[in-house]
Design a protein around this ligand. Sequence first.
Ligand code: E4P
Length: 218
Amino acid sequence: MKFFIDTANLKEIQKASDLGVLDGVTTNPSLMAKEGITGKQNILEHYVKICQLVDGDVSAEVVATDYEGIIREGEELAALHPNIVVKVPMIKDGVKAIKYFSQKGIKTNCTLVFSAGQALLAAKAGATYVSPFIGRLDDIATDGLQLIEQIVQIYNNYGFKTQVLAASIRHVMHLVQCAEIGADVATCPLNVITDLLKHPLTDIGLEKFLADYRKGNL
Ligand code: E4P
């Protein structure tokens, strides 16, 4: 399973990378705005900085919603760095653009996916990744993990190459259950990745080992 970090914060990306388990980055316009990155030129430069920090795929989202605009913006983003993946929303012109990009060999991440039907369409169009949003489904009392199961099964049934990128992950249980189901990638905030380290028995056990060592070696 690949681990992506879901942020545009360079320090957090560096911390996850330092842990040695980071395979890529996902961003979206809200995450860029959260870091105060505004204006086209600044946004493009920020993507390049992210690509320089991580040796893996970096999703950069288009903001155009019409076919020509998505193509123009996506080609510009893809030209920034070989690791850029063009993130395209699940809308009609987005699906058409994903088909175009896949024929041109440009990697895509189909975002804002909330149903198995949408995921099927993204795979048919040739998306590299599909991003079902677990947490946002949970927020409306719908089982986000069940959607991951459905998509994994559908893609396995037909051998679709599109990778299931579980997104909107809020906590460790989401991440672990995605791994059990067989999602190819999980993207989550830094705290979810570092929370994987935590177990009270690890802390208690380590404290005891060190105390016993000190008793015999002082
Ligand atoms: C996916 O790529 C999105 O950036 C992200 O996972 C959305 O998460 P949120 O629902 O916590 O905003």
